[in-house]
Design a protein around this ligand. Structure first.
Ligand code: ZN
Ligand code: ZN
Ligand code: ZN
Length: 374
């Protein structure tokens, strides 16, 4: 099995998780399969009905509770090289009681953090096994860690960005008036798979469909003169996500669309340029929003400017009004303003950026101009 990070990287994450839990008065962090488990241990396990659960006490040894039949899989992952004890359970054992038995104080007056997207049925069973303990979402610990990328993670995001850039570079060869969005989307999905482990989403939104930000693809036949929003992403073998949007024009665009697009391009560039440590998430959003407002387009910009990205396409930090969190080096997120004229057309430009010591580190490098094809 390919490993993408040194054991020291995982060790540091486990230690920081325990330290942060300790400082928040959390007795232990319980993590079932998903991106949080992969982040902490490199174990890319599938969420199944049998309980697999990483137990990170605020103080003490880390244990992975694993069904007997999955011990081999767990040991084939980076877990084998980490100071993590394995606690196995047989088909007729109670894995929830086993998990509770690993905690020094599983009961009254303690706070237990459960992974944000643990299956509800598992969180409820854990609650039953630890009567009196208060459950909190583990995002207060893991979200804080995951939003600050290490150098090794930044490199993985740059690789994912380069991979999706290569797909965008080929898009003009597939976009033709007379083809359906679905046909173009299929070609793009195949190309994403050549560059990633999974193709996560393919948006090919032509003409009026472009005015719906999360339109995927349909049987609509692409028409001459359409603007086409192409927003695509996948996950690399290392688990890192790509997400990039470019807008294409089937032949020459209308004068109004061309003018609006120039405003959008300026808004996106200004927001990227504003990225720096100490700027707040909502200030970055305001930079894009104000540039669109100056040209009378802000009412057509109907979503936040961006979202964090890493092991998931959407994670913290969200670049949105009301989020006064200050950017720190290593925070990675999209900058993706757009405008959407219902019934007519839409446009969006999206790059992934990482906040560096003195500004944005760009993960995408395709041209931002409206790309005229056909
Ligand atoms: Zn989205
Ligand atoms: Zn996107
Ligand atoms: Zn995005």
């Amino acid at each position: 099995m390919a490993t993408f990070f040194d054991s020291s990287e995982y060790l540091g994450r486990l230690e920081r998780a325990a330290e942060l839990a300790h400082s928040l008065g959390i007795e232990a962090v319980l993590v079932t399969p998903g991106p949080d488990l992969r982040y902490l241990t490199g174990y890319h396990a599938h969420a199944l009905e049998r309980l697999t659960c990483l137990v990170i006490p605020a103080e003490g040894d880390v244990t992975l509770v694993v069904p007997e039949l999955e011990v081999g899989t767990a040991n084939a992952s980076p877990v084998a090289d980490l100071p993590i004890s394995i606690a196995t359970w047989q088909e007729t054992d109670d894995p929830y009681a086993l998990t509770a038995s690993l905690l020094a104080r599983p009961g009254e007056g303690t706070r237990i953090a459960v992974e944000d997207r643990m299956w509800a049925v598992k969180a409820l069973e854990l609650r039953k096994a630890m009567p009196g303990a208060e459950q909190v979402g583990a995002g207060v610990v893991l979200g804080e860690l995951r939003m600050r990328k290490s150098q090794a993670e930044i490199e993985q995001l740059q690789r994912a960005g380069a991979a999706i850039d290569r797909v965008h570079a080929a898009v003009p060869g597939w976009l033709r008036a007379g083809r359906t969005e679905n046909e173009v989307a299929q070609d793009i999905a195949d190309a994403i798979l050549n560059e990633h482990e999974t193709a996560d989403f393919v948006i090919v939104a032509s003409g009026p469909n472009g005015a719906s930000p999360h339109h995927m693809a349909s049987d609509r036949v692409i028409q001459p003169g359409d603007a086409v929003v192409v927003d695509i992403g996948g996950t690399t073998a290392a688990g890192y996500c790509s997400d990039s949007t470019r807008t294409y024009s089937m032949g020459q665009p209308s004068a109004r669309f061309a003018r609006d697009y120039e405003v959008l391009q300026r808004a996106q560039a200004l927001a990227c340029r504003a990225v720096a440590p100490g700027m707040s998430c909502e200030e970055i959003d305001s930079v894009a929003r104000n540039a669109l407002a100056d040209a009378g387009l802000v009412d057509y910009f109907i979503h936040r400017t961006g979202h964090g990205i890493g092991l998931e396409t959407h994670e913290e930090p969200y670049i949105v009004q009301g989020n006064d969190r200050r950017l720190e080096p290593g925070m990675a997120f999209s900058v993706e303003p757009g405008f959407y004229r219902a019934g007519d057309a839409g446009a969006r430009i999206e790059d992934i950026v990482v906040c560096g010591d003195d500004g944005a580190i760009m993960c995408n490098s395709r041209p931002h101009e409206l790309l005229v094809v056909g």
